[in-house]
Design a protein around this ligand. Structure first.
Ligand SMILES: Nc1ncnc2c1ncn2[C@@H]1O[C@H](COP(=O)(O)OP(=O)(O)OP(=O)(O)O)[C@@H](O)[C@H]1O
Ligand SMILES: [Mg+2]
Length: 266
C-alpha cells in the first residue's frame, strides 16, 4: 500500500516546500520509490528540479482535465527513486473554476489511483491556503504532516487547518490521520524558538516529531542549484535533520500500517 503524505499549513513561509522536497528526497534515498507532487501554483518545489520552461504537462492539466493521465505528467529526477509531478502558475486560475464542480475535491485522488502501484510513498506540497488544491491533497492523502515554524503566533491558524482536517475526515476521507507536527526554522539561540517549541509541545504532545529542523542557510540555497540538501550539502545539519525526520516518518507510517491491519483482522 502506498503512503500518501500531505504537507500542509495555510500559514505562508513555514517550510512546507523545503520539507516536501527534502523529506521526499530522504525517503527516496532509503530506496523507496517516491513521488513528489507539487500542488502550489508558486511551483517552488518544481523549480527546485526543473526550469519552468521545461514544464509542459503539469498538475494544471490534471485539474483542468486536459492531461490524459497522471503518468504523462510525472518526471524523473537525478535520483532514480524520486519522481516529480510539477505545478505551474496557471494552477492558480483553477481555484475558482473548480469551486463550482461537484467532483472537484476528488480530482487528485482519482487521477492518482492508476499510478499508486508504482510508488511506495507520495509526498504532496500544498499552497499557503485551505482552498480546493489543499482540500484535494487532504482527500487523496493517507496522512497529514504539519510543519510549524518556531516563531511567535506559529500555532494560530493551525486551528483552521485542524478544522478542515476534521471536516475531511468526517466525510470524504475518514481514514486520514495526522502523522505528525514538525518544528521548522528552529534557532536554538533564541528565546522565541525555545518558547514556541514548548508551546507546540503542550498543544500537540506526542504528535510532535522528535526531530526539529533548524535554521540552516544550506536549505535555503540548495533549490537555486536544482539540488536537494543531500546532493548540495550532504554533511550539513539540514541533511542530517531531514534524514532523521524521514526515519521517524517511515517508522510512524509502518507502525500505523501494522495497527490498521490488526484492527482489520479483529
Ligand atoms: N530550515 C530552514 N533554514 C533556513 N531557511 C529555510 C528553512 N526552511 C525553509 N527556509 C527558507 O524559508 C523560506 C520559506 O520556506 P518554504 O518555501 O519551504 O516555506 P513554505 O511554507 O513552502 O512557503 P509558502 O507558504 O510560500 O509555500 C524559503 O526561502 C526557504 O528557503
Ligand atoms: Mg511552499
Amino acid at each position: 500500500m502506498t503512503s500518501i503524505l500531505a504537507i500542509a499549513n495555510q500559514k505562508g513561509g513555514v517550510g512546507k516546500t523545503t520539507t516536501a522536497i527534502n523529506l521526499a528526497a530522504a525517503i527516496a534515498l532509503r530506496k523507496k520509490r517516491t513521488l513528489l507532487i507539487d500542488l502550489d501554483p508558486q511551483s517552488n518545489a518544481s523549480i527546485a528540479f526543473l526550469d519552468q520552461a521545461d514544464i509542459q504537462l503539469s498538475m494544471f492539466d490534471i485539474f483542468a482535465d486536459r492531461a490524459p493521465e497522471m503518468a504523462k505528467v510525472i518526471r524523473a529526477t537525478k535520483d532514480p527513486n524520486l519522481f516529480l509531478a510539477p505545478a505551474k502558475l496557471s494552477l492558480a486560475r483553477l481555484e475558482q473554476q473548480l469551486a463550482g464542480q461537484f467532483d472537484a475535491p476528488y480530482k487528485l485522488k482519482d487521477s492518482l489511483t492508476p499510478v499508486l502501484k508504482d510508488y511506495d510513498y507520495v509526498v504532496m506540497d500544498t499552497p499557503p491556503a485551505l482552498g480546493i488544491l489543499t482540500v484535494n491533497a487532504l482527500v487523496a492523502a493517507t496522512h497529514l504532516i504539519v510543519p510549524i515554524q518556531a516563531a511567535y503566533f506559529a500555532i494560530e491558524g493551525t486551528d483552521d487547518l485542524l478544522e478542515t482536517y476534521a471536516r475531511i475526515r468526517s466525510r470524504p476521507n475518514p481514514n486520514l490521520k495526522v502523522l505528525g507536527v514538525v518544528i521548522t526554522l528552529f534557532d536554538r539561540r533564541t528565546n522565541i524558538s525555545r518558547d514556541t517549541h514548548e508551546q507546540i509541545r503542550a498543544v500537540f504532545g506526542d504528535a510532535l516529531f522528535k526531530t526539529r529542523i533548524s535554521k540552516n542557510v544550506r536549505l535555503e540555497e540548495s533549490p537555486a542549484y536544482k539540488e536537494t540538501i543531500f546532493t548540495f550539502a550532504p554533511k550539513s545539519p539540514g541533511a542530517e535533520e531531514y534524514k532523521k525526520l524521514s526515519m521517524e516518518v517511515i517508522q510512524r507510517v509502518e507502525a500505523d500500517r501494522v495497527a490498521s491491519h490488526s484492527q482489520d483482522a479483529a
